[in-house]
Design a protein around this ligand. Structure first.
Ligand SMILES: NC(=O)c1ccc[n+]([C@@H]2O[C@H](COP(=O)([O-])OP(=O)(O)OC[C@H]3O[C@@H](n4cnc5c(N)ncnc54)[C@H](OP(=O)(O)O)[C@@H]3O)[C@@H](O)[C@H]2O)c1
Length: 252
C-alpha cells in the first residue's frame, strides 16, 4: 500500500517547479491530485505525466489572491474527487529583486504580501471549514529560507511575507489541532527549479552551493520528499513545525 492511497490532495502552484514535483510524488504515492496554476497548457502537461505514471489527477485554475476563484476551485475539486484530505499551499514567489528597504516600492511590497501571505490565508480560509466539519485534514504551507534569518541583501517584502506564512501556519496548527487537523510549513533554500536553473548563472549556482554544509543546491524532489513525510502518517504527531529543507544552510 502506498503512503497516500485513497487521499485527495490539492497542490497550489503545481503547474511547474516545486509544486509540480510535490503533485507528481503525491500522485505516485496514491493520492488523487488537483494540479493547480494559471497556465492551462502547463497544467495539462503535468496531469498527462501523472496519468502516464498510472496516477489520478485533474487540472484546476484560480488566481489564489482572489477568494471567489479559490472557492470555485474548491467546489470543482469536491465534485470530482470528494473532500480534500491534503492541502499544499505552495503557490507564490518572489516578484521583486532584493535591495535596500528605502528603494523597495510600495507596489513591490504589496505584490509580495498579496502573492504569498494573503494567497496562503485565502487558500486556508477556503478549505479549513470543511476539514473542521469532517474532523480531519493536513495542511502544508511553503515559506522560504529568506524568512529564516536576516540578510543585508534580502528581498524584504518576500521575506516578511513568508515569515507571515510561518506564524499563520502555526496559529492554524494551534487552532485546528483539536479538530484533527495538522498544519506544517516547509522553508526551502534556493531550489534548482527549471526557472532558477535558467535565471541563476552557473558561477553563482556554484558559489551558492558552497554555502551549504551539504554542498549542492536543493532540487524540487528534495522539497517533495519532505512534503510527503509531512503529508503521511509517518509524521502524525508533528504540527506547527517549520521544516528547513536547506542542506544545512539554515539551522535554527
Ligand atoms: N524555488 C526556490 O528556490 C524557492 C525557495 C524557497 C521558497 N520557494 C517557494 O516555493 C513555492 C514554489 O516556488 P517555485 O520556485 O516552484 O515557483 P515557480 O516555478 O515560479 O512556480 C510558481 C507556481 O505558483 C503558481 N502561482 C503563482 N502565483 C499564483 C497566483 N496568484 N495564482 C495562481 N497560481 C499562482 C504558478 O502558476 P502559473 O505558472 O501556472 O501561473 C506556478 O504554478 C513558492 O511559494 C516560492 O515562494 C521557492
Amino acid at each position: 500500500m502506498a503512503a497516500l492511497d485513497g487521499k485527495v490532495a490539492l497542490v497550489t502552484g503545481s503547474s511547474r517547479g516545486i509544486g509540480e514535483a510535490i503533485a507528481r510524488l503525491f500522485a505516485h504515492q496514491g493520492a488523487a491530485v488537483a494540479v493547480h496554476g494559471r497556465d492551462v497548457r502547463a497544467l495539462d502537461a503535468v496531469v498527462a505525466e501523472i496519468e502516464r505514471d498510472g496516477g489520478t489527477a485533474m487540472a484546476v485554475t484560480a488566481d489564489v489572491t482572489q477568494f471567489a476563484e479559490i472557492e470555485a476551485m474548491r467546489r470543482q475539486i469536491e465534485e470530482r474527487f470528494g473532500a480534500l484530505d491534503l492541502l499544499v499551499a505552495n503557490a507564490g514567489g518572489s516578484p521583486a529583486p532584493p535591495g535596500p528597504l528605502e528603494e523597495t516600492s510600495e507596489e513591490a511590497w504589496r505584490a509580495a504580501v498579496d502573492g504569498n501571505l494573503t494567497a496562503t490565508f485565502l487558500t486556508l480560509k477556503s478549505f479549513l471549514p470543511g476539514m473542521k466539519t469532517r474532523g480531519s485534514g493536513n495542511i502544508i504551507t511553503i515559506s522560504s529560507a529568506a524568512a529564516r534569518r536576516p540578510h543585508p541583501n534580502a528581498p524584504i517584502p518576500y521575506a516578511a511575507a513568508k515569515a507571515g506564512v510561518q506564524i499563520l501556519t502555526q496559529d492554524v496548527a494551534a487552532q485546528a489541532g483539536p479538530f484533527g487537523i495538522r498544519a506544517n510549513c516547509i522553508a526551502p533554500e534556493t531550489i534548482l527549479t527549471a526557472r532558477n536553473a535558467e535565471r541563476i548563472p552557473q558561477a553563482v549556482q556554484t558559489k551558492l552551493a558552497e554555502l551549504h554544509p551539504i554542498p549542492r543546491l536543493g532540487t524540487p524532489d528534495d522539497v517533495a520528499r519532505a512534503a510527503l513525510f509531512l503529508a503521511s502518517g509517518e509524521s502524525s504527531w508533528l504540527t506547527g513545525i517549520i521544516l528547513d529543507v536547506a542542506g544545512g544552510a539554515v539551522m535554527v
